[in-house]
Design a protein around this ligand. Structure first.
Ligand SMILES: Nc1ncnc2c1ncn2[C@@H]1O[C@H](COP(=O)(O)OP(=O)(O)O)[C@@H](O)[C@H]1O
Ligand SMILES: [Mg+2]
Length: 243
């Protein structure tokens, strides 16, 4: 499998002297979904910013191939644009042919179940629909690497579980790699091929869990004993890290 992002013994010290990351090694291959869990302030968002190239590591090596797309919790939709026009925004900025924009936008809207709401304005949407619009907007870009910073943290559990499933369906049709930060162990296990646990600051990866489920997953998986088993092990690791 081709590696699209790799950090090798990367460290990051902010200009004020805060050592956010130390000796951090992470690899993401094409088509792979990797989640990161860890205590607040351990450097998860810093790691994503470093992975995107927004900030540079101060030690170690970062390698990245292809394009990157950030997905944040704050969906920051343009209030005067319809759902469809918000989803199409990034493509319009790239000056892509209008026919292709329409096609890719329609596919993305269908995947997140917003075809019927395409002409609504953001203020007419629920929180979950806003997040789905934001996801669709990132999806049309077809990047090589997605960086997710707790995108579903503000949603209720039911919407979140639905979006987890939709996200899996969306990504299954392409070969992008994903680095996904979350506080929800269940979400990490449900979505991922691997879950990485970070130590408190200065953050580094202290444990890797390879998730033993295939690509064909549905909501029932969450209620199996295997799911509880691996979730329990990750929770235990996190508890041992935080005094
Ligand atoms: N621009 C900055 N300058 C200095 N320190 C920062 C900056 N951004 C974040 N930090 C610090 O770096 C540490 C890691 O932050 P962050 O990556 O946001 O953690 P997380 O996302 O895991 O909660 C925290 O102690 C935070 O206060
Ligand atoms: Mg953060």
């Amino acid at each position: 499998m081709s590696v699209i992002f790799s950090a090798e013994s990367a460290g990051l010290m902010y200009p004020d002297g805060t050592q956010a990351l130390i000796d951090t090694s992470v690899k993401v291959a094409a088509g792979e979904f990797v989640s990161i869990v860890g205590p607040s302030g351990c450097g998860k968002s810093t790691l994503l910013r470093m992975a995107s190239g927004l900030i540079a590591q101060t030690t170690g090596t970062i390698t990245r191939t292809g394009t990157v797309q950030f997905v944040f919790q704050d969906s920051t939709l343009l209030p005067w644009r319809t759902v469809r026009k918000n989803v199409a925004l990034n493509l319009e900025l790239q000056k892509i042919d209008q026919r292709i924009i329409n096609e890719r936008t329609s596919v993305a809207l269908a995947l997140v179940g917003l075809t019927d709401s395409a002409d609504k304005l953001p203020r007419q949407l629920s929180g979950g629909m806003k997040m789905r619009t934001s996801l669709a907007r990132s999806l049309v870009c077809e990047p090589d690497l997605y960086l997710f910073d707790e995108p579903f943290a503000a949603l209720d559990e039911f919407s979140r579980e639905r979006l987890n499933l939709e996200l899996r369906n969306m990504l299954s049709t392409r070969n992008a790699g994903s680095l996904f930060v979350t506080h929800s162990i269940a979400e990490a296990v449900f979505l991922s091929h691997r879950v990485l646990v970070m130590s408190p600051r200065p953050g580094s990866i202290v444990k890797e869990f390879v998730i033993p489920f295939g690509n064909d997953r549905d909501q029932n998986l969450r209620y199996t004993s295997e799911f509880a088993q691996v979730s329990g092990e990750i929770a235990q690791t996190l508890r041992e890290l935080t005094p």
